[in-house]
Design a protein around this ligand. Structure first.
Ligand code: GLN
Length: 536
């Protein structure tokens, strides 16, 4: 039988619930249990795919093509366990299926209501994790306790735990314990009130995870235990970590959180194996091969979450090379105003990530020109590859107005074109080329060297593609098509002949990178950047 852990958040948002859930999953996995994670998001979009990164941060894509919350990225990076369509449900998705069923006559004769129909549908989503190969399912509820929109989710988890029995389900509440500088003390009242709200809806947390900036005194833990009705041993401190989010699981296990969770769920605590994880942390925190500086030129730079997986994958590339990666975040529009020469001076490598829409394109193109001309290692991802093609066409093939059909449908040289399969699609949500697709690599290419094989699978999220009309001409000028779809119709990877390391891909390799196993392209990109750094 699958046991369930429900993670709620109190007092404020941005507590790092996803990181905590991912950390607990890792600890359970390293104690020999088979774990799955899931996030329930109380907003009305069916998925975050139609939201701007400024609204929501990055859209994370699963192997099976779900466009999901970025917390799923933490889940996969910490545990190495693949998420699926079942790993993220929103209010919009839950309501869509209930309404579709109502139209089909699925509730014939009945009044369809939030309780029980919406809550039942939420419970179905939770139960989709009850599989033979899942010992422990961890479900994180997005938002903050007290939000009107999370009520149906909280009612559903309350009912679900009641149905499966207390020894099979656990409520974990992550809360903020702030330090008031003026008063010189930590305050437990907001957490007490948040637990109070949970109690009014029938949920008594079994465990409190206290997010704080300073160590909590024993007195605070006892106070919280007493007023929140939680065993003292189950009041766990989660202080801000010093160097890296990957320290969180280790810090939590120092307080035996994993043992208490297993005890509560009536599961045996097998030995915990964190050897590899700790070795990784050591390389991350005290790297022995120096530093390298990578510029990331994007259009949503002011919000760190917009390129979450990119930044993480760069860090993983650093771990693999025993080096510290310093990231220079550059707004592409600033390059348009001030020039690549000025803003990219001194970097060891350039990464241009994915994106949508016309704003900032010329800045990205100019940044890529700078990397190409100065022989700086370059990694282009999705839109980053498309911009590399535009740059090549404009500056090396004399096609001055070369562009993507996304940005200038009237261009004389549409080097990036709308994908054939996309032409008949009118809906915006969930209709891109999504999820994992195979790709064959060219023998002897940088990509083949990095991957160490010729057949790979990568995740995608795009509507536009390289226009095959230009393949021959660009190949003649030194572009290498190092990755193609198995039918050879779709360009998946490009490289440049006369350049030490210039690789760009239509896919999103950042989604498959983990701290224990950096994605090969990120690993080799960082290695190339470090080589350049020593020559200079
Ligand atoms: N906007 C481009 C496309 O749809 C690139 C998408 C991306 O970078 N994810 O093809």
């Amino acid at each position: 039988m699958t046991k369930h852990i429900f993670v709620t958040g109190g007092v404020v948002s941005s507590l790092g619930k996803g990181l905590t859930a991912a950390s607990i999953a890792l600890l359970m996995k390293q104690r020999g249990y088979r774990v799955r994670l899931q996030k329930l998001d109380p907003y009305l979009n069916v998925d975050p795919g139609t939201m701007s990164p400024y609204q929501h941060g990055e859209v994370y894509v699963t192997i099976d093509g779900a466009e999901t919350d970025l917390d799923l990225g933490h889940y996969e990076r910490f545990t190495g366990i693949d998420c699926t369509q079942e790993s993220n449900f929103t209010t919009g998705r839950i309501y869509s299926s209930v309404i579709a069923r109502e139209r089909k006559g699925g509730y014939l004769g009945k009044t369809v209501q939030v309780i029980p129909h919406i809550t039942d549908e939420i419970k179905n989503a939770i139960r989709s994790l009850d599989q033979d190969d899942v010992d422990i399912a961890i479900t994180e509820i997005g938002g903050t306790v007290g939000d009107i929109e999370s009520l149906p989710f909280l009612e559903a988890i309350r009912q679900h735990r009641q149905e499966i029995g207390h020894e099979n389900g656990l409520f974990m509440h992550i809360t903020l314990v702030p330090y008031l500088k003026a008063a010189g003390e930590m305050k437990t009242k907001p957490s007490q009130q948040s637990v109070g709200i949970l109690r009014t809806i029938g949920i008594i947390p079994d465990m409190l995870i206290c997010r704080c900036e300073h160590h909590m005194e024993e007195e605070h833990k006892q106070k919280l235990a007493l007023f929140c009705n939680v065993d003292r041993s189950l009041v766990i401190e989660e202080k801000d970590v010093e160097h890296s989010i990957y320290e969180v699981p280790v810090e939590l296990s120092k307080q035996n959180l994993d043992i208490y969770v297993l005890e509560k769920l009536n599961l045996h605590a097998h030995p915990l194996d964190m050897k590899n994880w700790k070795a990784m942390l050591k390389r991350l925190i005290t790297p022995s091969n120096g530093e390298t500086e990578i510029a990331v030129v994007g259009k949503y730079i002011s919000l760190r979450d917009s390129y979450k997986s990119i930044y993480e994958a760069l860090t993983h590339g650093g771990i693999a090379n025993n080096a510290k990666v310093n990231i220079r975040m550059v707004e592409s529009e600033d390059i348009e105003k001030q020039g690549a020469e000025k803003l990219l001076e001194g970097i060891d490598g350039l990464l241009v990530p994915g994106g949508f829409g016309h704003r900032g394109i010329d800045g990205k193109v100019d940044a890529i020109r700078f990397a190409r001309e100065n022989k700086l290692p370059f990694l282009g991802i999705c839109l980053g590859m498309q911009c590399a093609v535009i740059e090549f066409a404009r500056n090396l093939c004399g096609m001055k107005d070369a562009n993507s059909m996304e940005f200038n449908p009237k261009t004389e040289h549409p080097v990036i074109d709308f994908m054939e399969e996309q032409k008949k699609i009118t809906d915006m949500g969930g209709t891109m080329r999504l999820g994992s697709y195979p790709c064959n690599l060219l023998k002897g290419s940088k990509a083949a060297e990095a991957y160490g094989g010729l057949e790979v699978n990568e995740r995608h999220r795009h509507r536009y593609e390289f226009n095959n009309k230009y393949r021959e001409e660009m190949a003649g000028k030194g572009m290498v098509f190092s990755g193609l779809s198995p039918d050879e119709n779709l360009v998946e990877l490009i490289e440049l002949k006369d350049h030490p390391w210039f690789v760009a891909c239509q896919s999103h390799p950042e989604f498959q990178s983990t701290p224990l196993k950096a994605h090969p392209l990120f690993r080799d990109f960082i290695a190339a950047a470090m080589k350049g750094a020593t020559i200079a």
